[in-house]
Design a protein around this ligand. Structure first.
Ligand code: HEM
Ligand SMILES: *[C@@H]1O[C@H](CO)[C@@H](O)[C@H](O)[C@H]1NC(C)=O
Ligand SMILES: *[C@@H]1O[C@H](CO)[C@@H](O)[C@H](O)[C@H]1NC(C)=O
Length: 333
């Protein structure tokens, strides 16, 4: 009797210890979906309801939140470094070439953070809020869902140079973009699937103008761009001026997360050079584009996998980093 009782105690310790001792910290250095189950059970619900309300008001915010997580993860890992404003020793990543006049959604992240702080103070990281908001944005626009591993902590610094150097530019070559992905532990399959994010959201004229007028320095438009589509784009993206004019990344279904982005690429109607080169620069990536254009389920499955992979880029865990009180500034202590 005593023996079976001590056996039961030992067994329950074995089973419960990981749950009991990992409640508020993440000493193991890995992320897991149940991270806030005890410390802030309403966290996921709060993120979802605020994102849903915002997307209902303005569909584009879904795209902006998805991109924010990407631009965060490629710079020092998914640590909310992108959210820090400039102050003291910090030079904000918001000033980088990829982000300036372009990255958006910061106010909504603030709104989510403040609602979560009210429910459970000093518990949920800004980095996890971005990962959850990216997933919810995808689902709300018709894309796949996935279970988000959690337990990221927030950085105490930002990297403007990291933001400029690590995030691919729209006129980078295929090789350069693939190299930038590989440096983050992502491969060609991740590159093509995650580029599928451009099935929602907008781009400014300045991000693709070069293709319309002087792609290779010979005064000619990009030969890989469909001529009538190019003409249409030129009407609102002139040679000079109109830098901030907005265009849909996927002109067929700009607010719907579907496979039309890939279909557009096969019709030479990708908006950015970095989009179109997925079919013009590599046989392997072209094949992936064809598969995703044809089979939306395959695209969704791979997109979810690749988002989890991207979300796992060098997280701060355990006692590294902070749970920031305000996402825009580091804690004062
Ligand atoms: C593969 C290399 C990539 C390049 C070169 C690239 C480049 C760009 C550019 C130039 C824009 C338009 C920005 C502007 O003009 O304001 C944009 C928008 C966007 N990007 Fe990417 N991107 C890439 C990959 C990704 C990835 C991996 C994701 C997400 C996982 C993503 C999500 C988005 C979204 C959703 C938008 C629309 C944002 C909005 O409407 O606010 N992109 N991207
Ligand atoms: C890419 O675009 C940037 C910014 O507009 C420009 O300075 C650079 O010359 C372009 N690079 C190439 C290879 O065209
Ligand atoms: C196109 O770009 C090249 C090199 O960047 C430049 O020398 C040339 O003047 C430009 N041509 C036109 C028509 O803008």
């Amino acid at each position: 009797m005593a023996r079976s009782l001590s056996f039961l105690v030992a067994l329950s310790l074995l089973v419960c210890a990981p749950l009991c001792f990992c409640r508020n910290t993440n000493g193991g250095g890995y992320l897991y979906p149940q991270f806030y189950d005890h410390s802030c059970p309403k966290a996921l619900e709060i993120v979802n309801s605020i994102v849903a309300k915002a997307v209902a008001k303005e569909a584009r915010i879904a795209a902006s939140l998805l991109r924010l997580h990407f631009h965060d993860c490629f710079v020092q890992g998914c640590d909310a470094s992108i959210l820090l404003d400039s102050s003291g020793k910090i030079t904000s990543e918001k000033r980088s070439n990829p982000n300036i006049n372009s990255a958006r959604g910061f106010e909504l992240i603030d709104e989510i953070k403040s609602a979560i702080e009210k429910e459970c103070p000093n518990t949920v990281s800004c980095a996890d809020i971005m990962a959850l908001a990216a997933r919810d944005s995808t689902v709300l626009t018709g894309g796949p869902s996935w279970v988000v591993p959690l337990g990221r902590r927030d950085s105490r610094g930002a990297s403007l140079s990291g933001s400029n150097n690590n995030i691919p530019a729209p006129n980078n070559t295929f090789q350069t973009i693939l190299t930038k992905f590989k440096r983050q532990g992502l491969d060609i399959v991740d590159l093509v699937a995650l580029s599928g994010s451009h099935t929602i959201g907008n781009s400014r004229c300045t991000s693709f103008r070069q293709r319309l007028y002087n792609q290779s320095g010979n005064g000619q438009p990009d030969v890989t761009l469909h001529p009538s589509y190019a003409a249409q784009l030129r009407s609102r993206c002139p040679r000079s001026g109109g830098d901030q004019n907005l265009f849909f990344l996927d002109f067929v279904s700009p607010t719907k997360f579907d496979s039309s982005y890939f279909k557009n690429l096969l019709a030479s109607k990708g908006l950015l050079s970095s989009d179109q080169i997925l079919v013009t620069s590599s046989a392997q990536s072209k094949q992936l584009v064809q598969q995703y254009a044809e089979n939306v389920e395959l695209f969704f499955q791979q997109f979810a996998k690749s988002m989890i992979k991207m979300g796992n880029i060098s997280p701060l865990t355990g006692s590294r980093g902070d749970i920031r009180k305000h996402c825009r500034k580091i804690n004062q202590n």
